[in-house]
Design a protein around this ligand. Sequence first.
Ligand code: ATP
Ligand code: MG
Ligand code: MG
Length: 370
Amino acid sequence: GDTIGIIGGGQLGRMMALSAKQMGYRIAVLDPTEDAPCAQVADYVITANYDDIEACKQLAAQSDVITYEFENIDEEAARQLSAVSDFPQGFNVLRTTQHRVKEKEALVSLDVPVAPFALITKKDEWSEAINQTGLPAVLKTCRGGYDGKGQAVVKTESELTAAIEKLLPHGELVLEQFIPFDLEISVILTKSRNGEVTVFPVAENEHRDNMLYRTIVPARITKDMEEEAVAIAERIGEGLDVVGTLAVEMFVTKDGAILVNELAPRPHNSGHYTIEACKTSQFEQHIRAVCGLPLGSSALLSPVVMENVLGEHMEPLMERLDNLQQVSLHLYGKKEAKVKRKMGHLTVLGTDTDACVNVLDQFWMQHILH
Ligand code: ATP
Ligand code: MG
Ligand code: MG
């Protein structure tokens, strides 16, 4: 039997597992919390921390191939996994993308434009950092941040020193120039272990409170910019020797320049639209890539808008379920609907993206929630 082991049992792992099971694979998952979204649909569940070497070995023993939905994997754990099982994505891309400055340096060395940045390891490095970035700027922890956690926008020197004081206990920091972007886009690339590459259509992403709120495809950018965004993603995929999925988040500035914000070496929230709107979903494509199957077509079947469902949306969502005819509903099986927790997502296909947005706004009835 072919069993795929997944490190991380959140919604990304769950959607990977659902695709993989449809393709006939068995799923083993490692996650610290019992009854995690992926654990609910897996065939074999290991409840342990990600850096628990014995648990990683147990996952490896159960699995013919191992992948992850969670990129903060311990290096020793990855070494053990590679020794006992097949870990085609390797540790190099993880090492780079686990640390924002290492990631930016790798991008610079590939001639990929990023916002000016500076590493901050000590309090007194703030003024040198400002020389690189100017103000306003964004201070971020180098490791572990997501959904805007461990970040602060700073407009003055005193705001910066206060933010450093607050964030430095969490480890090294990076200061980035604040980019007054026109829009944000992302490109999701898949590279199979056989070297085959596909790229999904460029997604336009709207964030609220630093969290992805809505993804619109096709992105409202010119053909030239679309080509440039894809070329950048391909350059990174090639340069970092990616296997599996690589999501590239980018800023588009007013004068049409593209800067890369950050990378994620896994399926990405901004790629959920592919489940209904592309010939092959990002999850199926990822499974094909790590299992060494030929990749599917990444072609777009229809204009589409995807919207996240957060904890605070759950009650009103459930009240509107009788209006769901045109909306695809995905729920992740999370028990507690905490504020800002990603509980699920909605997808709408339509003749154009404005029509999709209208369906969602109608669904929520007069923007009650937005
Ligand atoms: P994710 O959940 O995407 O992993 P994260 O916590 O890693 O989020 P970033 O992607 O670095 O955070 O930032 C979150 C959002 O904050 C970005 O999508 C963008 O809207 C805004 N942002 C981040 N950095 C900058 C910047 N340098 N200039 C302007 N806006 C920024
Ligand atoms: Mg991130
Ligand atoms: Mg991000």
